[in-house]
Design a binder for this molecule. Structure first.
Ligand SMILES: Cc1cc2nc3c(=O)[nH]c(=O)nc-3n(C[C@H](O)[C@H](O)[C@H](O)COP(=O)(O)O)c2cc1C
Length: 378
């Protein structure tokens, strides 16, 4: 049966992925921190954004192509960095890199990925962004930047909303450790997910090869305290300036909610600010991330490049973020729901659902380009 009939929405992919990803990995993918009110606020915040339709416009052409930081993409959305993608679905990073090339969209590889940038060199084409958790030692930083650059990843993203670990109680309860421990409980989870188990046998036990190069740690770590935390430092403005000097390509700061911080990023020569609350995985007491887009846009002015992510579940949400002032929108969990549900073709289906939903809603609004939604904000 046609995929669109069986899985018309991302929620359908999520439901199937939940059955096919072992529980200890599912909880890592799907959880937020604390009582998860932040995650619900993200959803409620998006639902509050209303757009005014316009009728009797006859045939309206739609054009989703978007130029962002010097690259042209087929649509105004891409793939957010997600640590340990390949542990949630075996081979995920390679699948997402190939998807990015097929669909002409950016794929931002995480510092905590189960594939190093070198492993994706032949797959990523010119669609690669790289997300950095900043190491303390200057020589490690230099080596990391060299590896990122020589592997063909042209855009650097510094994530700044993880100054400390978050407790992510639901994730911990799920039983994930680093590396994943084979216990009677995790074995029982794996036994219910044969496709995941076969894939993991083929691809090998997930590791973190990018950061692993610099770690001498042996032995297991809890799920919220993996080896990344042993190397990284909470960055400050001096670190931002140092990175700006060291990286001669586009440089983005991810995890900004405060308009004053956004203004300071612009002043520090950062090329774009990425409004995000990390899908409420870090802090349960903040505003809905979407509520920060308009104030940040106001602070940085109309022309400064702005990204958004956190809680996007359909094409209408993408239009909402753009209507408020984002130029580009990224999604994390959505692509992993797709892969978990359908394997490699699930990435394509995720793009299909989001694209078709954008086009349907642009039809209702009577707009040609997504950023015309800005005039329709109620
Ligand atoms: C399982 C998981 C792991 C993540 N790992 C990272 C990471 O390594 N680096 C990072 O900057 N953001 C990470 N994020 C945050 C995403 O980049 C993004 O901000 C968030 O997922 C967007 O919200 P969405 O999943 O609702 O689309 C992670 C998110 C998830 C769900």
């Amino acid at each position: 049966m046609d995929l669109d009939n069986r899985y018309p929405a991302l929620s359908d992919l999520r439901a199937r992925a939940r059955r096919r990803i072992p529980h200890f990995m599912w909880e890592y993918l799907d959880s937020a921190t604390g009582t998860e009110q932040g995650m619900h606020r993200n959803r409620a915040g998006l639902d509050r954004i209303l757009l005014r339709p316009q009728v009797l416009k006859g045939e309206v052409e739609h054009d989703l192509t978007t130029t962002f930081l010097g690259q042209t993409y087929a649509r105004p959305f891409g793939i957010s960095p997600v640590g340990m993608s390949g542990a949630m679905w075996p081979g995920a990073e390679g699948m997402l890199a190939r998807l990015a090339v097929r669909k002409e969209m950016p794929f931002c590889l995480s510092t905590m990925a189960t594939r190093a940038p070198e492993d994706l060199k032949d797959d990523i084409g010119n669609r690669g962004w790289f997300q950095l958790y900043p190491p303390g030692q200057p020589e490690i930083l230099q080596d990391m930047l060299d590896r990122i650059r020589t592997s063909g990843f042209h855009t650097l993203v510094l994530t700044v909303d993880v100054p400390s670990q978050s407790r992510r109680e639901r994730q911990t309860r799920g039983g994930l450790t680093h590396p994943p421990a084979i216990t009677p409980r995790t074995l029982a989870h794996i036994a219910t997910c044969p496709a995941w188990a076969m894939g993991t046998l083929k691809h090998g036990m997930p590791k973190m090869p990018f950061i692993g190069k610099y770690s001498t740690h042996k032995g297991p770590l809890p799920s919220t305290a993996h080896i990344g935390y042993l190397l990284r430092v909470p960055p400050d403005w001096d670190y931002v300036k140092r990175l700006r000097d060291l990286w001669n390509g586009p440089f983005i700061i991810k995890g900004v909610l405060n308009p004053e911080d956004a203004k300071a990023c612009k002043a520090a020569g950062v090329d774009a600010v990425w409004v995000s609350n990390h899908a409420a995985r870090q802090f349960d007491g903040g505003p809905a991330a979407i509520d920060c887009v308009a104030p940040v846009r106001k602070a940085v002015g109309p022309d400064y490049p702005l990204l958004y992510c956190s809680g996007i579940e359909n094409g209408l949400d993408i239009l909402r973020a753009i209507a408020l002032g984002a130029d580009f929108v990224m999604l994390g969990k959505a692509f992993h729901y797709g892969l978990g549900a359908l394997g490699e073709k699930g990435g394509d289906h995720t793009v299909h659902i989001l694209t078709e939903d954008m086009l349907c809603n642009m039809g209702q609004l009577g707009i040609t380009r997504p950023n015309e939604a800005r005039d329709r904000l109620i």
